[in-house]
Design a protein. Structure first.
Length: 347
């Protein structure tokens, strides 16, 4: 029954509304279709677009950019290419006495053949320093004067390739003062002494690593072009059977880990890292922790004490790709004018 004054409503929709709804539905469907087809769009070399519902085969890994793999939703495997190590030249080096900085060092430099590098002992076995070090841990170490430090900076500013020889783990001062955190100790916890009654730092202890690293960083900041680590090993003289190496510590592994960490710390400096070899080595580590492969893989150059090392045996043990003329540096007392290979004249 109709209500007075009103007509009954039967849910009818006007034609205009129907058209509007239809248009909105078509727009929605078109949007969905567009999104669905995106992954099937193919562009040819001229930039024309077409649809292909056939899955493309992946390009070979050596020609496919990493971004294409990322877009496909798969894991991207990146291969990092390490930059090639800078080529080394043969080095002719002269060891300078520490006292040179107390006098006319410029005349000493000028008396050397042009192009010869100079080597200075910046830290000695007793733990003392040539210069006035600012390394915080070196509070008990004997240091050079401010005048010597300024002379050193002036020398490093001259046009000479400079090498800092740094005694690494033989260090009576720091080891005895920091036995627990950095010193090489006996099983009792007391500091260990070698055959000459000297103390050593323990390469496996973080305190020793931090100390040596800080010294190397400081020498790089001073301006040295090469850091020459001396006594970068475990000791081999004295009653080594009394040494407590620590649970699970392998000397060779401890040295390798230290040098790797040191290289990372020095990566922001334009400085080479080398080592002094004072004993015969093979590819099997002895008590020192040294091996031929550790030396050749870890350091730019190997300076050899020809008075204690069999050069013939060492040369024969070196890998075939090792450049003996540039990376092997015999330490001799007389210059070899005819040689084009590296060498260092010691005092």
């Amino acid at each position: 029954m109709a209500t007075r004054g009103y007509t009954s409503y039967h849910g009818r929709v006007s034609t205009g509304k129907k058209v509007t709804i239809a248009v909105l539905v078509l727009i929605l469907l078109a949007a969905c279709a567009y999104l669905f087809c995106q992954k099937y769009l193919v562009y040819d070399d001229s930039g024309h677009m077409s649809l292909s519902f056939v899955k493309k085969e992946a390009k070979p890994a050596d020609s496919e950019p990493a971004a294409d793999n990322a877009d496909a939703g798969g894991e991207v495997e990146l291969t990092r290419e390490e930059p090639a190590a800078p080529a080394l030249s043969a080095i002719t080096a002269n060891e300078l006495k520490s006292s040179v900085l107390d006098g006319d060092w410029a005349s000493v430099l000028n008396a050397l053949p042009q192009g010869n590098a100079v080597v200075l002992d910046t830290k000695l076995k007793d733990g003392s320093f040539l210069y006035l070090t600012t390394v915080p841990q070196a509070t008990d170490a004997k240091k050079g004067s401010a005048g010597v430090t300024q002379a050193l900076k002036n020398l490093l500013g001259a046009d000479r390739y400079s090498v800092a020889r740094i005694v690494c783990f033989a260090d009576s001062t720091y080891a005895s003062s920091n036995a627990a955190s950095a010193g090489l100790c006996r099983s009792t916890g007391a500091i260990w002494y070698d055959g000459s009654s000297s103390c050593w730092l323990d390469p496996a202890k973080q305190g020793a690593q931090d100390y040596v690293t800080a010294i190397c960083r400081e020498c790089a900041q001073l301006g040295f072009k090469e850091l020459l680590l001396d006594y970068c090993s475990y000791p081999t003289t004295g009653t080594t059977s009394q040494i407590s190496y620590g649970t699970g510590v392998e000397p060779a592994a401890a040295l390798t880990s230290f040098v790797k960490s040191l290289r990372e710390e020095l990566s922001s400096y334009d400085v080479k890292l080398s080592v002094v070899l004072r004993q015969n080595v093979t590819d099997t580590a002895d008590a020192s922790g040294l091996t031929v492969s550790f030396l050749t893989d870890s350091f730019d150059r190997i300076y050899v004490d020809t008075g204690t090392v069999d050069m013939t045996a060492l040369t024969a043990a070196l890998p075939s790709g090792f450049d003996r003329d540039t990376r092997l540096v015999p330490m001799v007392r007389t210059a070899s004018a005819a040689s084009t290979a590296s060498y260092m004249v010691i005092q």
